[in-house]
Design a protein around this ligand. Structure first.
Ligand code: HEM
Length: 432
């Protein structure tokens, strides 16, 4: 009975949001903002998997929620991901205050064929051809393996408890990505600062939280904590080996040193560490212990990582403002959405579409089409070569980290005993 009522509430909320989206004016936009806020709070409390699964079970893969149209039907989501995109200040579930982020943060830039200019393509290619190869080369340093070994040593005793494992993994990913992209290890203090900036949600001190509408509104004049942390992290980045020879040029859209450092801070903070941490936590907590994976086969490990990312999408919503009409089916009825409508291709829901992935909720790295059809890295299919248009440029690093973590977690070494659960293992890694 209670379930029935909750389902009814979800249907009503979706129905009203759908109507408001189809009738845009000042008043309907304001009412839609209230629905966005309520859904934002629910999404944050229940987490993406519960929130999205509930709605897609009740209404179908496409539905109105979070003040936008969520597109979870595989073919439609794939089309949005592949087409030129008009972007604005949206990130995942959130609407953002634009002045809290750099002007040229890639995720907010539109493609040329959708009302933008060449800036997105230039910066995207610059990352793929310059920052990423440099970071990949650094991974042969034994320090990176040490980060992984230490994390497995600590988390092995945590009995797959996601709550306990998550902060350990987040710290490891911060160390790993910062060291890879900036060429110098972080000390404990900076690890804590970066972790706080990018993994907490407070409006006064979190990087993303300090920009989320409307939650950050009361903190607009109280940004001291956030600003102090940003200054500290930027100082590290500006002095890092990666910035040593930086000169503004056409390849980096002539960004000043300060603006380039801030852009890198956002890219690594928002795009790299959050998604990678989510994936690593799922690697340690979601793979059935008795599922056989040949650890000496790099391909088997890759498939296991892709299957975990399919089942538990580390990144969900790809927010796009329609620049031409789009037809979608919602709850068995067809609708035409005009240009200007905010839609979010939802990778998590689309990756579970049974028309493409049979028995979608079963862990099966050998399923047909896994490599060719997965959407997890913002591309139709996983392809380690080529930067694509908006394809995640960090996917090879993320997959290597997750694969190495999986291999290490399945090693039967007996180093769990006498391990101090505190931070001491991380301090051992501190080389600065
Ligand atoms: C498991 C880990 C990761 C996953 C699942 C992931 C997934 C994604 C997805 C879905 C997008 C598209 C987001 C959007 O358009 O709104 C994206 C974009 C991006 N990702 Fe990743 N990512 C991961 C790790 C990384 C890492 C390690 C980096 C490091 C550089 C990175 C850098 C980027 C950048 C720069 C973009 C923007 C691309 C563009 O629009 O030009 N990501 N990623």
């Amino acid at each position: 009975m209670l379930c029935c009522c909750r389902g009814f509430g979800t249907k009503i909320s979706c129905g009203i949001q759908l109507w408001l989206i189809l009738h845009p004016n000042c008043l309907t936009r304001q009412i839609l903002n209230v629905f966005y806020f309520v859904d934002l709070v629910c999404y944050s409390i229940f987490g993406p998997t519960k929130f999205l699964k509930k709605r897609s079970r009740i209404i179908g893969p496409n539905f109105a929620s979070l003040g936008r149209i969520i597109v979870g039907e595989y073919d439609e989501a794939a089309e949005i991901i592949q087409s030129p995109q008009h972007r604005s200040h949206f990130l995942g579930r959130a609407k953002l205050y634009s002045d809290r982020f750099t002007e040229k943060f890639v995720l907010f830039l539109s493609d040329k064929d959708a009302g933008g200019d060449d800036t997105h393509m230039t910066l995207h290619n610059h990352l793929w051809m310059s920052s990423v190869p440099q970071a990949m080369r650094r991974l042969s340093d034994p320090a990176f393996n040490e980060y992984i070994v230490n994390t497995v040593t600590i988390t092995k005793r945590m009995n797959k408890n996601k709550k306990r494992i998550t902060p350990v993994v987040q710290k490891m990913v911060v160390r790993y990505m910062y060291h890879a992209f900036f060429g110098a290890p972080l000390n404990d203090d900076l690890v804590n600062t970066v972790e706080h900036l990018f993994f907490t949600s407070g409006g006064a001190s979190s990087y993303i939280g300090g920009g989320v509408k409307p939650l950050a509104a009361p903190f607009r004049c109280f940004q001291c904590k956030r600003n102090t942390a940003i200054t500290k992290v930027l100082k590290f980045i500006m002095k890092s080996p990666s910035m040593e020879n930086y000169t503004p040029s056409e390849e980096n859209t002539n960004l000043s040193r300060e603006n380039y450092a801030r852009l890198l801070m956002e890219i690594i903070g928002i795009a790299a560490i959050v998604g990678s941490s989510n994936l690593c936590v799922s690697i340690l907590t979601k793979i059935p212990d008795d599922y056989p994976i040949k650890m000496d086969s790099r391909n088997e490990v890759l498939l296991a990582v892709l299957e975990v990312a399919r089942l538990f999408a580390p990144v969900n919503n790809i927010n796009v403002v329609l620049h031409k009409e789009k037809k979608l089916t919602i709850n068995k009825r067809g609708y035409a959405f005009p240009p200007g409508t905010l839609v979010a291709a939802n990778i998590g829901v689309a990756n579970l579409d049974s028309k493409v992935f049979t028995y979608p909720e079963t862990f099966n790295p050998h399923r047909l089409l896994l490599e060719r059809a997965t959407l997890s890295f913002n591309h139709v299919g996983f392809n380690p070569v080529g930067s694509g248009v908006r394809q995640c440029p960090g996917r090879n690093i993320a997959v290597k980290l997750a694969g190495d973590l999986l291999i290490e977690s399945r090693k039967n070494e007996k180093f769990e005993e006498n391990v101090d659960d505190s931070e001491s293992d991380y301090r051992m890694m501190d080389r600065s």
